[in-house]
Design a protein around this ligand. Structure first.
Ligand code: 4AD
Ligand code: MG
Length: 445
């Protein structure tokens, strides 16, 4: 059709066009959209790094090439050569005056068209949906969140210590365990949290974190729950609940600042109100569970909340939303009733019925993004908790060793990456923040 542009080593990415204005370049990508008007074609090309409008003049290219380009369907694979022109009106700021092109694959009938599709249809075509602008923007924000998380912890003196995914016991209660058969010998479970192992590595390294896939057999279909999600969990030896709250506040602020710094373009595509993100700066309000309950009672009395919350329970989504809407920043609710929290939580020395735990509720009603707290240090207390929670002592013997040999106050938290990205992007549902979401009723693609 024309000389082979694929063999041309001078190709550039769309994101690099600014430094090639006035030059001839080769771009390799896929057709995003095509408009034509008589002697002109306007193919929009995407290459993963951006989107650029190309202009094809009939008189500038061979006739058969013009005709071939004219008939191309969305997502046809295409290599074009042309000169880069700066144009303020063009999306992205540049246009390409095409002189040559090669159709790598001509495509017809791409299933996702610019018209509206239902969510189930899009989820079934997730492997293709990822190419859409909005999905692309969300996953770029995810990438930045992950880098911000790692950079923050790495420069703050934390050592990455990966924890196992196959485990012999539950960390966060037995109701959400994925169980599998381990060589016919015993049962294994997919990890619900790396925390217990973090407690071991924290005693070896001081400040540690783990960061990996985490599994919860959540039977509820909500916009905040995945069955497989990514959790980052820092843990610190010789640390208390207050240390954890201080860390969480600095951590979330650093993530928001990084997203604002690196992802303006994506946030614009997502129509994110960036002022809301700019407010994520220390200090975050800290609210005792008792006071949070009082707020909910007042709200109910004023008719702002339908159900009257009972002291002693865990907050439901409407409760969390109500509490967080009272502030324009994330809010840290601390000292929950021990009865609704995990077995490993330390007790408040002043109130034995309260656990030294904290949930950080994101702003704008995005709900819990971080859960954590101080861990119990006493061997006898934990032995008793294992009995009360009916957990198999044998599988926790190693964990009890941590209380036998050099037990010190220590604390940490876990943050779900997808919840954080949902909030940063200002979108409805966690399912769009991971390339291939796993949920109740969704294992494919
Ligand atoms: O509050 P969680 O259950 O806390 C723990 O697992 C602790 N062991 C962490 C620690 O202290 N090291 O979970 C922590 C966070 C939640 O705040 C939420 O952001 C996320 O993990 N998360 C989920 N995200 C998506 N889907 C789910 N099903 C989630 N469950 C928890
Ligand atoms: Mg929690």
């Amino acid at each position: 059709m024309s000389t082979q542009p694929t063999a041309d080593k001078s190709h550039v990415y769309i994101s690099e066009l600014a430094s090639h204005v006035g030059q001839e370049v080769t771009l390799r990508g896929w057709l995003y959209n095509l408009r034509s008007s008589g002697k002109l074609l306007f193919p929009q090309l995407r290459d993963g790094t951006g989107l650029v409008q190309c202009v094809v003049f009939k008189k500038n290219v061979p006739e058969e090439l013009f005709d071939a380009l004219k008939g191309l369907g969305q997502e046809s694979a295409l290599v074009v050569r042309g000169s880069v022109r700066a144009d303020e009106r063009a999306p992205g700021g540049f246009e390409i005056d095409v002189t040559q092109a090669e159709v790598v694959q001509s495509v017809e009938g791409y299933p996702i068209t610019p018209k509206e599709h239902g969510t189930e249809f899009l989820m079934d075509h997730r492997h293709l949906w990822l190419r859409s602008r909005r999905q692309h923007a969300i996953l770029k924000v995810r990438h930045t969140v992950v880098r911000a998380v790692r950079d923050f912890l790495d420069t703050d003196g934390f050592t990455l210590c990966d924890t196992p995914i196959l485990t012999p016991a539950a960390c966060e209660g037995t109701t959400t365990l994925f169980e599998l058969d381990y060589f016919g010998e015993e049962k294994a479970y997919l990890s619900q949290s790396g925390q217990l192992y973090n407690e071991a590595t924290a005693a070896a390294f001081g400040k540690v974190y783990c960061f990996g896939p985490t599994f919860r057999a959540e039977r509820s279909k909500t916009r905040r729950h995945l069955t497989e999600f990514w959790m980052v969990e820092p843990e610190m030896a010789y640390a208390t609940l207050d240390d954890v709250m201080n860390l969480a506040e600095r951590f979330l602020s650093a993530i928001a600042a990084r997203v604002l710094d690196e992802r303006q373009e994506e946030l614009k595509i997502l129509e994110r109100d960036t002022e809301k993100l700019e407010r994520i700066v220390p200090p975050f309000p800290r609210v005792h569970y008792d006071d949070a309950v009082k707020m909910l009672h007042d709200a109910h009395a004023k008719g702002e909340l339908e159900n009257r919350f009972e002291w002693g329970g865990d907050f439901g989504a409407p409760d969390e939303t109500y509490i967080s809407k009272q502030f324009d920043k994330p809010v840290m609710v601390h000292r929950y009733p021990a009865a609704v929290k995990a077995f490993y939580m330390a007790r408040d020395p002043e109130r034995d019925d309260l656990a030294l735990g904290v949930d950080v509720l994101a702003s704008e009603g995005y709900g819990e993004v971080i859960g954590g707290g101080e861990r119990a240090t006493s061997l006898e207390f934990l032995e008793e908790q294992l009995r009360i929670h009916e957990l198999p002592r044998e599988a926790f013997e190693w964990y009890l060793d941590l209380r036998r040999y050099g037990s010190v106050p220590h604390a940490g938290f876990g943050m779900g990456i997808e919840r954080c990205v949902t909030w940063m992007c200002g979108i409805e549902h966690v399912r769009e923040t991971i390339p291939f979401p796993r949920m109740l009723y969704r294992l494919r693609p």
